[in-house]
Design a protein around this ligand. Structure first.
Ligand SMILES: [Ca+2]
Length: 407
């Protein structure tokens, strides 16, 4: 693709998105599928493992070898590595597959619970438990069906076999359930002290993000069995749900533990503008919708907003005036490519790129865009146990890409 073509494509993309979106900045397609169940596995298209050869792209830190590891995945949402080098891949319609270290994709795993695969709903994140090597336990998040049209984000753990999930147990279910089909979040992050963080969204009902009586707009912290830690910030507050860690978030589809500090970092979609990175502190209010750097898709101000700041709310650690449509987040923490140390990778859905932020301590000192020529919606990014950076693209024919620095 020529530079001129690239410029044209990216000049047109924001206009098309602003016309087609009314409720969300991450430009998710609106599939018509109803609640998916075991039939999702039976009707799964054949994912493929015969791939084109690797290519080379240039970057600020040297040439990158780009390899397609898997393709034919339907709107894949997450990649979660296992200690043995395999990975779990979720597909939003409700399928989960194993990807072997040599790039072979399994058939859809059995035992995945029914998900509401409508709008932005479906099967979301997947992570191996900290004790996976002995327990074979995995954690995953999804839009859980309720009565009628109701749904909410839920998190379950299960025991992974070579072909499926067993002993599925729901450990968290966002309350209340709603009939909207967007802003479900969600990512899962384990800390080193027996907790799992769950990042949520406002479900498209903005004021709920300020309501501690509903889980919407929260970062949730629970023990690995779903019980509430005694030292959660609102565990003794009347009228507040005790699972909250922080609140006032719009829609969080990226989260990771900073390997240098142990702190949770999250990002969230702004409306039109104002995608944010936060370092959520216990009990703090991150502002949505009363404080935001974004505006409505109509061009009007967010009705509840008093501006880009509001008393009693925290400013974002970082924000983008124009929304990339952020999804997926990974600190580079592997010895294999020293040049990538102090990098934070973030996927971009709407702006179709992989963002690499340079860090100096917690300060973000630079930004580089990778993969722009591919023009693929990046849904997830993780560092593999081999030190490569893996990207999952949100397409009907979605891919898993591997990036390795040359030299
Ligand atoms: Ca905020």
């Amino acid at each position: 693709m020529s530079a001129a073509q690239t410029t044209l494509r990216f000049a047109l993309a924001p206009l098309a998105l602003s016309l087609s979106l009314s409720a969300c900045s991450n430009a998710d397609p609106q599939p018509s599928a109803a609640v998916a169940s075991a039939s999702a596995a039976a009707s799964a298209p054949a994912a493929t493992t015969s791939q084109p050869p690797a290519s080379t792209i240039s970057s600020e830190l040297g040439e990158i070898t780009l390899t397609t590891v898997a393709s034919g995945l339907e709107n894949p949402w997450a990649i979660g590595f296992l200690p043995d080098g395999r990975a779990l891949i979720t597909e939003r319609p409700g399928r989960m597959r194993l990807l072997s270290a040599d790039g072979q994709l399994s058939a859809p795993l059995t035992g995945v619970p029914a998900v509401v695969a409508e709008g932005q709903g479906g099967l979301f994140d997947v992570q191996a438990a900290p004790d996976f090597a002995t327990s074979q336990r995995i954690y995953f998040s999804y839009s859980e069906p309720g009565e009628g049209k109701l749904a909410s984000t839920a998190v379950a753990h299960a025991r992974l076999t070579d072909t499926g999930l067993e002993d599925v147990q729901v450990i968290f279910s966002q309350m209340p359930k709603l009939d909207t089909r967007h802003h479900f979040g969600s990512r899962l992050v384990f800390d080193d002290a027996g907790h799992v963080f769950i990042t949520l969204g406002d479900r498209g009902v903005r004021p709920t993000a300020q309501d501690l009586g509903s889980h919407m707009g929260g970062v949730i912290r629970v023990n690995l069995d779903g019980s509430v830690p005694a030292d959660n910030p609102f565990s003794g507050t009347e009228g507040a749900l005790p699972e909250f860690w922080s609140y006032g978030h719009r829609n969080q589809q990226g989260a990771a533990l900073n390997p240098k500090t142990g702190a949770l970092w999250t990002h969230e979609h702004g409306p039109k503008g104002g995608d944010e990175i936060n370092i959520p502190q216990p009990g703090k209010n991150y502002g949505w919708p009363i404080a935001t750097f974004g505006i409505n898709y109509s061009g009007d101000a967010i009705p509840e907003a008093t501006g880009s700041s509001a008393e009693g709310t925290e400013q974002p650690h970082h924000y983008w005036p124009v929304s990339p449509g952020v999804s997926g987040m990974a600190f580079y923490d592997n010895a294999r490519f020293p040049a990538w140390q102090n990098s934070l990778f973030v996927g971009a859905l709407a702006q179709r790129a992989l963002i690499r932020l340079s860090l100096d301590g917690d300060a973000i000192t630079g930004e580089e865009r990778l993969l722009e020529d591919l023009s693929l919606r990046v849904r997830d990014v993780r560092v593999g146990p081999d030190g490569a950076v893996y990207v999952v693209t949100d397409e009907v024919d979605g891919r898993v890409l591997k990036l390795e620095l040359a030299g």
